[in-house]
Ligand binder design. Structure first.
Ligand code: SF4
Length: 216
């Protein structure tokens, strides 16, 4: 995100993304909705959407961890370290790393009362200051270990991690959980992100992930 965007985002209304404070009716959830024609951006995502997305995310991580543990049930000395390492990686990359390295440069950190789809701007606000020099949306999607890649890895990693355990001692339950991880990943990427989160995000006009999806 460049500094020009940061300055514009701070003003909000200039971008025609954020409703004027005077138009907001205090205390109402609808106050966070930009009703600009052709756009329906959430300055403040409804709480049920935020809780639903985070519930889905944590459930995904738990199912993935469970798949690994059960796949290695005959070799717990392998299964527990791998399963727990996966879970810690998934949680830390999303709830610590993202708020520290990506969110500080996001428009949601500059909008008063804003709440993004995942609510991570609120965590970020407790961890660090907003920064126009923070990793922007461009960097977020570049490289194998960029934040977007880490986020994707956190969704799919349980499958390759559990496969060796499944080969060592087959388990229908472990296989079912691995299939569940794959299905959850597809649902998340094809339905939840594309329809429920990105289309309403204030940052979508700058987000390279959204742009890539539109040009794909
Ligand atoms: S929209 Fe993304 S980058 Fe912006 S605050 Fe939320 S999680 Fe962070």
């Amino acid at each position: 995100m460049d500094s020009r965007h940061f300055a514009q985002a701070r003003r909000g209304a200039t971008l025609h993304l954020v409703p004027d404070a005077g138009k907001e009716s205090a205390g109402k959830e609808s106050a966070g909705v930009d009703e600009t024609p052709g756009s329906r951006s959430f300055k403040r995502y409804p709480l049920w959407r935020v809780l639903g997305l985070n519930g889905l995310t944590v459930a995904h991580y738990l199912v993935g961890c469970g798949a690994i543990l059960i796949a290695y049930r005959s070799y717990p000395i392998l299964g527990w370290p791998i399963g727990l390492a996966y879970f810690v990686f998934a949680v830390v990359q999303l709830y610590v790393l993202t708020p520290l390295v990506v969110c500080p440069g996001c428009v949601y950190r500059t909008v008063r009362g804003g709440r993004c789809a995942s609510g991570l701007n609120l965590i970020s606000a407790r961890l660090c200051s907003p920064s126009p020099g923070a990793m922007g949306f461009e960097e977020r999607s570049h490289g194998v270990i960029c934040e977007s890649s880490l986020c994707l890895w956190s969704l799919v990693l349980p499958v390759p991690l559990a496969l060796p355990g499944l080969a060592l001692s087959f388990s229908w339950l472990a296989l079912a959980l691995m299939v569940a991880v794959a299905v959850l990943t597809v649902i998340r990427l094809a339905v939840v992100v594309r329809r429920a989160t990105c289309p309403h995000c204030l940052a979508r006009r700058w987000c390279p992930v959204v742009r890539a999806g539109q040009s794909a």
